[in-house]
Design a protein around this ligand. Sequence first.
Ligand code: ADP
Length: 245
Amino acid sequence: MSQIARKLIDENGVRTDGRKVDELRPIKITVGVLSNADGSAYIEQGKNKILAAVYGPHEVHPKHLALPDRALIRCRYHMAPFSVEERKHPAPSRREIELSKVIRWALEPAVFLEYYPRASIDVFTEVLQADGGTRCASITTASLALADAGIPMRDLVVSCAAGKVDGQLMLDLTDIEDKEGEADMPLALMPNFNAITLLQMDGQLTSDEFEKLLSLALDGCKQLNTLQKEALKSKYVAVKEEVEE
Ligand code: ADP
């Protein structure tokens, strides 16, 4: 059977990985996983495995890039050559350059950039294993790495996609659902302000479907935000226990 003819959701509304339409993939988040970075976090979202690290604030090089009234955020999204089935060229592709920019746009509104004029805050996200939705998981993880680096923020940024596959609206698409589905809509949110910092859409939807997908993705973001906060808190519980030993 060709992949195109494959059914991605059965008559009981169960997807190929056993999830229901409104379910996120299993998620595991850890904050503070690298000792040499100023801040770091790691996420496993289904088969996605992504590491985020923050370096800064520090002096900008080359100096002419420095902004007189605020910090510069520089993001690099990169997929490791072994992150997908066929070896990916290690050099940054056009897609990775675009996603680096998209991740920066999603994160910038949350950071008090004006606290660090002429400085740079560098955010690296390294996709170790990819299975769809890596830009969203990178944003979710990078915002935790920023918080871990002690960068003052208005809110965390959390991100999740929803899409349309086999005519059904569903949350958190895997690679195959994304590739074979009709639409994909990544969303990033500052949950305490209910402010959307990124909204993209690939494919076609009616306005009613768009409204429903938006609400599905917002709900996914809120669930993920609870996990983000738990992961941040557990780092400090571990530090407290270490100090008290
Ligand atoms: P996102 O990961 O944010 O959904 P895309 O929609 O561009 O971004 O990509 C969807 C998925 O396609 C990725 O998560 C990854 O699993 C897969 N993919 C992306 N680039 C490559 C590549 N060069 N080779 C193989 N698979 C890739």
